[in-house]
Ligand binder design. Structure first.
Ligand code: ZN
Length: 318
């Protein structure tokens, strides 16, 4: 079973009211996360992957750079590409009405989710984001994830018409995430539709029986390990884990959250130790095709979930 360790890379400015005032402070936090302990945003993420010889996929949001300047996107992309990791496209269309000249005609109001846009608008926005990212990267990209997992069937058509063959937007725990496709294909195994291969974010049932996406910042290490093992035993071809550039930072700060840091380091150590059975990889040219299907959802036992709840309490206190 292939493990896709994915990261959504994005810059936010504490709302939309003071973009120019907030950006100079927010950009270094989101990209570097500098503190007296080290740089725990992108640099530490890349260092941990490198130390363990593990491959990740970095879905980078480029629209913010149309507001602030291409050099800010280039710095992000250089960090990732120079570390030998894969860069792909992430898109938060909330930026659409902040960009001049406008990419689409209707920017009268802020529309958060990509599936609030028509197929033609999505085609234009994805094409524009792809152009920005490929210019910064200097090579083509081939995979996509919508911001907030908010894709729909029109997104897939828009991807295909932009020559993007892989989507990783679907998350079965989010009702906004392509419900019409999830009804048809499920949200577990990869499937092919509208000229695009979908790799849903992997979801498992935790110790309380509740569905939970495999996210580094929101699961215990034992939950992630059990879910990966159960999926492999259950015959899954691919397991997709999600994280972000800021997931090892405390909320609103640049200080590291060492509970998440240790968890991510241990997850990479586990994947490295099991590299033959659980090879890590991206969504580039070598992604395998596999038949559509609906396998059982992996389950974890109670103890790893109880541990996660305890860690969540700790993170709030420390
Ligand atoms: Zn995002």
């Amino acid at each position: 079973m292939k493990v896709h360790l994915t990261f959504d890379i994005e810059v936010w400015c504490n709302g939309w009211g003071n973009l120019d005032g907030e950006f100079p402070r927010c950009y270094p936090r989101y990209v570097y996360g500098r503190s007296k302990h080290g740089d725990y945003a992108l640099p530490k993420t890349l260092e941990i992957l490198d130390r363990h010889g593990v491959k990740g996929v970095f879905f980078v949001e480029p629209l913010f750079s149309a507001r602030f300047g291409a050099e800010y996107l280039e710095r992000i992309v250089r960090l990732i590409d120079d570390a030998g990791q894969e860069v792909q496209l992430h898109l938060h269309p909330e930026w659409t009405d902040e960009i001049t000249p406008p990419v689409i005609a209707d920017v009268a109001r802020k529309r958060q989710h990509l599936n609030y846009y028509t197929r033609e608008e999505q085609t234009a926005l994805i094409g524009y984001g792809k152009k920005l990212l490929e210019a910064a990267l200097g090579k083509p990209i081939s995979a996509f994830r919508a911001g907030s997992y908010a894709a729909n069937a029109d997104t897939f058509a828009a991807l295909a018409s932009n020559g993007i063959s892989v989507d990783a937007s679907i998350n079965g725990c989010y009702p906004i995430s392509a419900p019409e496709l999830v009804r048809e294909y499920g949200a577990a195994l990869p499937f092919q539709t509208l000229g695009v291969r979908a790799y849903p974010v992997s979801v498992f049932r935790d110790g309380f029986g509740r569905p939970r996406p495999a996210q580094v910042g929101a699961c215990s290490l034992a939950e992630l390990r059990q879910a990966i093992q159960a999926a492999a035993v259950g015959g899954w071809s691919d397991f997709v884990i999600v994280s972000h550039n800021f997931e090892m930072l405390k909320p609103g700060q640049s200080d590291p959250d060492f509970i998440v840091v240790r968890r991510f380091d241990a997850l990479c150590r586990y994947l490295a130790a099991n590299r033959n059975e659980l090879p890590t990889g991206g969504f580039g040219v070598d992604v395998a095709t596999c038949p559509n299907g609906r396998p059982a959802t992996p389950r974890t036992t109670l103890l790893p979930t109880a541990w996660r709840v305890a860690e969540q309490l700790m993170r709030r206190i420390v």
